[in-house]
Design a protein around this ligand. Structure first.
Ligand code: NAD
Ligand code: DAU
Length: 339
């Protein structure tokens, strides 16, 4: 029986990946290490409670003792643990540098010490920086432009260095914007859906022209699993949905799916240094056999339906710390907003 340590497995993509592994590999054991920051949520794993193949530990990937205890005997580590929201990194980058760079180093040391056979570092298309034309390939220059993406680039460069220097079997995935169940409602898609359900304004940064490539989270999980099992150590793999959409198009599609008026859109002060476009060339992972299963309309419809049907999950998150963050991020912006 293979054991996989999934760090950050109580977050959005990590918890979807835990579900994916237990469905696809009935003979695998999954150990989750998660600090349960504001973004970590045991409700994301609630339906798996009682499954003897799943073990949960609350802890920090920066804590060497905890990491070493859990890494021993694992076949692989898949690292999702990170501070993940660009807007929060602009407010306060410290935790991003700690978890997204130093935390990766602690994991890599454990992989090296205990001979773990595979280490997958979940990275992001943001490491390429803003891409006005064409699509990024894996050997393009990394040019991150905000504290989050710079930290993610730092983490994956450490991983790459451990491969080159010590032969640590590292694999890197760089995905575009995931959508689907269990995404914390600070990210644009769940923020817009949950605000629209409650007839609250949708804050659109700048003129809403920034382009993102949205991918359904299950497609990303399938790609990660493929890279884990069939990827070449030392290599990075782009994972995109092929669904490039700007923020106005996104907001319009969400409002239409919910039958809400377009005048809920508010144009607010832009994100500083806002990357205007990401775009990935995914031919490398396609050569391994991966194809996306969900196009943008399917992915968005499934996501909207999940938030409509699972209000128990997100309503309680929109309190306390969330409201403080919301006020700091949007209070002044919305007060000065244009329709
Ligand atoms: P998330 O914020 O929903 O989840 C992050 C998880 O990591 C949370 O459960 C949190 O509690 C945990 N965590 C944070 N700091 C930790 C620490 N020091 N030790 C242990 N656990 C810690 O993030 P997500 O959107 O699921 O992203 C997961 C990973 O995928 C991240 O590495 C992110 O950079 C990357 N990524 C995300 C996207 C996206 O669209 N969401 C796209 C590409 C890559
Ligand atoms: O591209 C992959 C990245 O996608 C991941 O690495 C990050 O972890 C993830 O958070 C996401 O980053 P983005 O900055 O692209 O996602 P976000 O949902 O914050 O914003 C998506 C787009 O929507 C972006 O152009 C900014 C815009 N936006 C966002 C918010 C939160 C708005 O216009 N208004 C908003 O309120």
């Amino acid at each position: 029986m293979r054991t996989i340590l999934v760090t950050g497995g109580a977050g959005f993509i990590g918890s979807n990946y835990v579900h994916y592994v237990l469905e696809q590999h009935p003979d695998y054991r999954v150990v989750v290490l998660d600090k349960l920051t504001y973004a970590g949520n045991l409700d994301n794993l609630r339906d798996l409670a009682g499954d003897p193949r799943l073990e949960f530990h609350q802890g920090d990937i920066c804590d060497q003792t905890t990491v070493e205890r859990l890494a021993q005997g694992c076949w692989a580590i898949v690292n999702f643990a990170a501070e993940s929201h660009v807007d929060r990194s602009l407010m306060d980058p410290g935790d991003f540098i700690r978890t997204d760079i130093y935390g990766v180093y602690v994991l890599l040391q454990a992989v090296r010490k205990f001979g773990v056979e595979r280490f997958v570092q979940i990275s992001t298309d943001e490491v390429y920086g803003s891409v006005p034309h064409g699509s990024s390939r894996e050997d393009d220059r990394l040019a991150p432009r905000n504290p989050y993406s710079a930290s993610k680039a730092g983490g994956e460069l450490q991983a790459r260095a451990f491969y080159e220097s010590y032969g640590v079997p590292v694999l890197i995935t760089r995905s575009s914007n995931n959508i689907g169940p269990y995404q914390y409602p600070e990210k644009v898609v769940p923020l817009f859906i949950t605000n629209a359900i409650d007839d609250q304004p949708l804050p659109i940064y700048g003129r809403g022209t920034a382009v993102r490539d949205y991918i359904y989270v299950k497609d990303h999980c399938a790609a990660i699993d493929l890279v884990l099992h069939q990827g070449t150590p030392g290599e990075a793999y782009n994972v995109g949905g092929g669904n490039e959409v700007n923020t106005v198009q996104l907001a319009t599609a969400i409002l239409d799916l919910l039958g809400k008026p377009h005048d809920l859109m508010r144009f607010v002060e832009d994100r500083p240094g806002h990357d205007q476009r990401y775009s990935l060339d995914c031919s490398k992972i396609q050569a391994l056999g991966w194809r996306r299963q969900y196009d943008f309309p399917q992915a968005l419809e499934l996501t909207v339906r999940w938030y409509v049907e699972n209000q128990w999950w997100w309503r309680k998150l929109k309190s306390g710390e969330y409201l403080r963050y919301y006020q700091e991020q949007y209070g002044r912006r919305l007060a000065a907003a244009q329709r």
